[in-house]
Design a protein around this ligand. Structure first.
Ligand SMILES: *[C@@H]1O[C@H](CO)[C@@H](O)[C@H](O)[C@H]1NC(C)=O
Ligand SMILES: *[C@@H]1O[C@H](CO)[C@@H](O)[C@H](O)[C@H]1NC(C)=O
Ligand SMILES: *[C@@H]1O[C@H](CO)[C@@H](O)[C@H](O)[C@H]1NC(C)=O
Ligand SMILES: *[C@@H]1O[C@H](CO)[C@@H](O)[C@H](O)[C@H]1NC(C)=O
Length: 345
């Protein structure tokens, strides 16, 4: 063998070896990333600590570079899988609603082999400072994926933020939009409960829900209270419909997703034009938690964290009834527009 050939062979072995190690690291980090998110806890063994993911992405970029180099030198069409990894803009976004079950939905969709999730809420479209950084910044926040996979991000504030529909439309006017909703009064109380817990953690006192939700002067529902406003789903949706046709939205029943996730997930698979891959095997009920947990394979499972099933404070039944009456006409409109009817009061 000529020395030049030997050198090339050595270089090739080196690159292929590091690719193999790279793949292993990628798998480890992919698994590690499963329990990286704040509200998630893994049931079984934890693997990679967080920083590995960061190192890895850089390693992967480097691998792509060197694999490309190899091709140029050799000039053959070798399949180097990892080299195909790219950061893609989302094909679908879970735009809301807050406390509707957006995290559960994203985690469950991530069971699908063709779905790659952005772990963090990016807040690109609702935060002016982030938006000013441009779409390439946004893309760099996206996870690596293969081109045939689809990327999904969730930021529940998108649904209620004025500027967001136009901004998303400008990025991709045919993007698919997922909205997960729950019965509006329950959602408002859940919204309040989360804020209350935040205050309690800081040893701060907070108003009672009744005081915030009802205007003391008029005794009517206080529509200025954000937890109430967010639950008027049709108002927000109508703003979105100025940009996107209704066919581009899919409404997920957040109350059902919690008690019977599979049928809801199958509807989403259809909406996203994905082959049906999520099965009952991937979802098992944990009686201790009273909640479904996710099984990715024989080794890895995880459950949504306990804080996701918060106990709501007792709310004066007359206030609950008043809110339900208030939301009723908006709900009817929402059913009419979306074509999806719920048995909300
Ligand atoms: C390029 O790669 C092919 C397939 O691995 C191999 O058969 C060939 O010898 C390589 N060419 C050179 C110049 O090393
Ligand atoms: C826009 O979104 C649609 C639906 O997911 C996707 O098929 C299309 O490739 C996207 N276009 C761009 C430019 O990203
Ligand atoms: C809140 O109060 C408790 C009991 O008084 C105290 O132990 C804790 O350190 C306080 N936490 C904060 C964040 O101030
Ligand atoms: C079920 O939940 C309990 C309580 O969080 C946890 O300790 C246990 O490991 C879970 N079991 C399974 C099989 O997920």
């Amino acid at each position: 063998m000529l020395p030049a050939q030997q050198a090339l062979l050595r270089q090739k072995l080196l690159v292929l070896g590091s690719l193999a190690i790279g793949s292993l690291l990628y798998l480890v980090a992919r698994v590690g990333s499963l329990d990286r998110l704040q509200p998630i806890c893994s049931v079984e063994s934890r693997l990679a600590p967080r920083p590995l993911g960061q190192i890895l992405l850089r390693t992967l970029q480097y691998k792509r570079g060197s694999a490309h180099e190899l091709h140029r030198v050799n000039g053959t069409q070798e399949q180097v899988g990892l080299q195909q990894l790219v950061q893609q803009l989302p094909h679908a976004i879970i735009i809301g609603v807050r406390k509707g079950g957006t995290r559960a939905l994203l985690e469950m969709l991530n069971l699908h082999p063709a779905v790659v999730k952005a772990s963090q809420e990016i807040h690109f479209f609702d935060n002016d400072r982030n938006y000013a950084r441009g779409v390439d910044w946004y893309r760099q926040k996206m996870p690596f994926s293969f081109p045939q996979q689809i990327t999904i991000e969730k930021s529940p504030a998108y649904f209620i933020t004025e500027e967001v529909p136009e901004r998303i439309f400008k990025m991709n006017s045919s993007i698919k939009l997922l909205v997960i909703v729950r019965e509006p009064t329950t959602r408002a109380i859940s919204d309040y409960t989360q804020v209350l817990e935040g205050k309690e953690r800081k040893n701060k006192t907070y108003h009672k829900f009744e005081k915030l939700a009802i205007d003391a002067n008029t005794c009517e529902v206080n529509t200025k209270y954000k937890a109430v406003r967010t639950s008027i789903y049709t108002k927000h949706l109508e703003r979105w419909l100025k940009y996107f046709p209704v066919e581009q939205f899919h409404i997920v029943d957040g109350d059902r997703l919690i008690v019977d996730p599979l049928p809801e997930l199958q509807l989403v698979e259809q909406f996203l034009d994905l082959p049906s891959r999520i099965s009952q095997y991937n979802l098992y009920f944990n009686a201790t938690r009273g909640f479904y947990c996710l099984r990715f394979n024989v080794v890895f499972s995880k459950c949504l964290a306990g804080s996701k099933g918060r106990i709501h404070p007792d709310v004066d039944p007359s206030v609950v009834a008043k809110l339900q009456r208030f939301f009723h006409p908006f709900n009817q409109k929402f059913y009419q527009i979306t074509g999806r009817t719920f048995s909300w009061p």
